[in-house]
Design a protein around this ligand. Structure first.
Ligand code: ATP
Ligand code: MG
Length: 239
């Protein structure tokens, strides 16, 4: 599989507070890379470094062979990187439909946007039902669906998800992951998935890595990590 995102030797810091040290990972075209790690390890910080938000970055980040590090958050989004942050980040005072339109705001192809919005409503019928409802009134699961649908309206090449299952009931989580699987096939999208539920994450991923205190300590195929005794003990609760 060809490489979509290549993170090589990345260091990232919040002003003087260094968080990431020499982080490298890949996401394949049409693949999912799962990023596991304890609270405070630096997973969210890595997503911020890739999307050009909040942290200073050293090292190299390439999308489709082009360097994106050092560019503005807007420019990186226009190049095809969509970031669904933890806590979701929809606009609670806008309707569902307005949130989807904002998601595609940098696109010029109106007809393509209408087509994609229709597709989002097919994938998430609840969003169609609630299209005129303020996003802030939706349930947690519906808001997560809206956040993902809004990110997809950008027609990204890379979708980054920060703990999409957080606080959601298992049935909703399953629906969201089934939909991600479908979208990824359809759009040849690469996904970088930060997820506390390691079983779920390794189930959908082809590559995976573990981050500890700002470094990648284990990396390989998702199958290899599932068999790794350290991952089994610390993240899967197995012997
Ligand atoms: N805005 C910020 N300013 C300064 N330090 C920050 C900021 N955000 C996070 N940090 C620090 O960076 C480190 C890594 O945090 P980060 O949020 O990336 O971890 P995480 O792996 O996503 O954790 P969690 O699983 O709890 O979401 C922590 O020590 C945290 O305190
Ligand atoms: Mg986090």
């Amino acid at each position: 599989m060809s490489v979509l995102l290549k993170v090589s030797g990345v260091h990232a810091a919040y002003r003087a507070h260094a968080v990431l040290r020499d982080v490298s990972l890949d996401v394949h075209v049409g693949g999912v890379t799962a990023l596991l790690g304890a609270n405070g390890a630096g997973k969210t910080t890595l997503l911020r470094a890739i999307s050009g938000a909040m942290v200073s970055v050293k090292g190299s980040i390439e999308l489709d062979g082009r360097r994106i590090d050092g560019q503005s958050t807007d420019a990186i989004a226009r190049l095809g990187v969509a970031h669904v942050p933890d806590g979701r980040g929809t606009f609670p005072g806008l309707t569902v439909e307005e949130n989807l339109l904002v998601g595609g705001i940098s696109r010029a192809d109106r007809a393509g946007m209408r087509h994609d919005m229709k597709r989002m409503y097919e994938l998430f019928p609840k969003l169609f039902e609630y299209r005129r409802t303020m996003a802030g009134l939706l349930s947690g699961g519906e808001q997560q669906m809206l956040a993902i649908a809004r990110a997809l309206m950008l027609k990204p090449e890379l979708l980054m998800l920060d703990e999409p299952s957080f606080g959601l009931a298992p049935l909703i989580v399953k629906q969201i992951f089934d939909m991600l699987h479908e979208i990824k096939q359809e759009a040849r999208l690469g996904i970088l998935l930060v997820e506390q539920n390691a079983r779920l994450a390794l189930g959908i991923a082809d590559l995976a890595c573990v981050m500890e205190v700002g470094r990648i300590t284990i990396a390989g195929s998702a199958d290899a990590l599932r068999e790794d005794p350290r991952v089994r003990a610390a993240y899967l609760g197995l012997q």
